[in-house]
Ligand binder design. Structure first.
Ligand code: HEM
Length: 355
């Protein structure tokens, strides 16, 4: 699982990023969107069923089951059935709980990897348990073999990744090229690299998306006025679009989007971003940051700083709505990171809005 873009660095990261970026283009995502729509219908049915037995529902597992199903469908090319009844025994639900459980040990591992990587690797700690690697490896090898290592017409991420197999390698620029070199780097396309990229959605997209949905709904539950506005906006949208969910919805629901933005401000999924300095760097003020130093950017603190966001503990989506959005100062709000390692999912969304 750690073979994917999220965990790599240096030239290997650069080549993967260059080759993955086109796969996240708006046209590719649009082609895949029918799969998300299908999952949304299954979600509606699940919710109606669950409400028959209990009209109080905990949002957290519901959102995790929905997100897992979307990822299964779009990234693994399979039906996970996580929204069927008795999902506690579903292998995908179990693996999600195993990896993303909120335990002290997991918290310690995340902090240790960011602050003392030598200790983390020295103690042979792993970001993901071996069972998860084995589970997904077996799963994806079965999916690839089922498609005979050739793209189908499903238009999912597995198809896009299998296109890499046409040549036996992918090519990209070396990081040194930023200094004027013109060195190309090849990466061999083996099973490990293919499986790793499909798992990217799970490793980087599951907990992030699921938690964001959970916190947005939690805040809407506490803020009935905002909730009302979201409901009205969605109702109007559905009326306009003949009750159909289409890909363009992400640009047609600005208030709903502002609610997600505000939830991500209050609860950024990655509260600290870490960068390692690869060579000595002199700042404009003259201070030198030496090679090997790890810089921790306090995203959570920036998002909660009253200088940038007055009354920071209050959920107020209007901060990200209409003209007021322009008041957000660059680099004070970074729920998707910043710079060349910006979330590849975010990159996509920006492009849709710009073009
Ligand atoms: C609300 C949902 C999401 C949030 C809040 C989020 C947030 C983030 C953040 C904070 C980073 C680190 C950026 C940095 O270091 O500057 C990141 C990286 C990344 N995210 Fe997301 N993400 C989300 C959804 C997704 C999804 C659905 C995918 C699908 C594949 C994804 C793929 C990635 C990848 C591959 C990286 C690593 C990029 C790189 O290192 O080049 N993310 N994300």
């Amino acid at each position: 699982m750690t073979q994917n873009l999220f965990f790599t660095y240096g030239d290997r990261w650069k080549v993967l990023r260059q080759n993955l970026t086109p796969l996240f283009s708006s046209s590719k995502m649009k082609n895949m969107f029918y799969l998300v729509d299908k999952c949304a219908h299954v979600f509606e049915d699940m919710l109606s069923n669950e409400l028959k037995t209990d009209n109080v529902q905990e949002v957290r597992p519901l959102m995790a089951r929905f997100t897992m199903d979307v990822i299964g469908s779009c990234a693994f090319g399979i039906d996970t059935n996580t929204m069927a009844r008795n999902s506690e025994t579903n292998p995908f639900t179990k693996i999600g709980c195993l990896i993303f459980s909120e335990t002290f040990y997991r918290g310690f591992k995340i902090a240790a990897r960011a602050i003392w990587p030598a200790l983390f690797y020295g103690l042979k700690m792993k970001s993901f348990p071996t069972e998860a690697d084995e589970f997904f490896n077996k799963l994806m090898m079965g999916v690839f073999a089922g498609r005979k290592y050739k793209p189908t017409n499903r238009n999912d991420f597995v198809d896009l990744i299998l296109n890499w197999k046409e040549k036996n390698y992918i090519t990209g620029d070396s990081l040194q090229n930023m200094k004027g070199d013109d060195k190309k780097v090849n990466l061999e396309v083996d099973d490990e690299i293919l499986v790793g990229q499909c798992l990217l959605f799970f490793a980087a997209g599951f907990e992030t998306s699921s938690t964001t949905l959970q916190y947005t709904l939690y805040e809407l539950a506490k803020n009935p006025e905002a909730q009302e506005k979201v409901i009205n906006e969605i109702d109007e949208y559905l009326q306009r679009r003949n009750n159909k969910l289409v890909y363009e919805c992400i640009t047609e629901l600005p208030y709903t989007e502002a609610c997600f933005d505000e939830a991500l401000r209050l609860y950024p999924v990655l509260g600290v971003l870490t960068r390692e300095v690869v060579e000595d760097y002199t700042m404009p003020c003259g201070a030198v940051i030496g090679k090997g130093i790890r810089v921790h950017i306090p995203v959570y603190h920036l998002h909660h700083n009253p200088e940038f966001f007055p009354n920071p503990e209050v959920f107020r989506p209007e901060r990200f709505y209409g003209e007021e959005k322009r008041n957000v100062k660059p680099f004070t709000y970074m729920p998707f990171g910043e710079g060349p390692r910006l979330c590849i999912g975010k990159f996509k969304l920006q492009k849709v809005i710009t073009f």
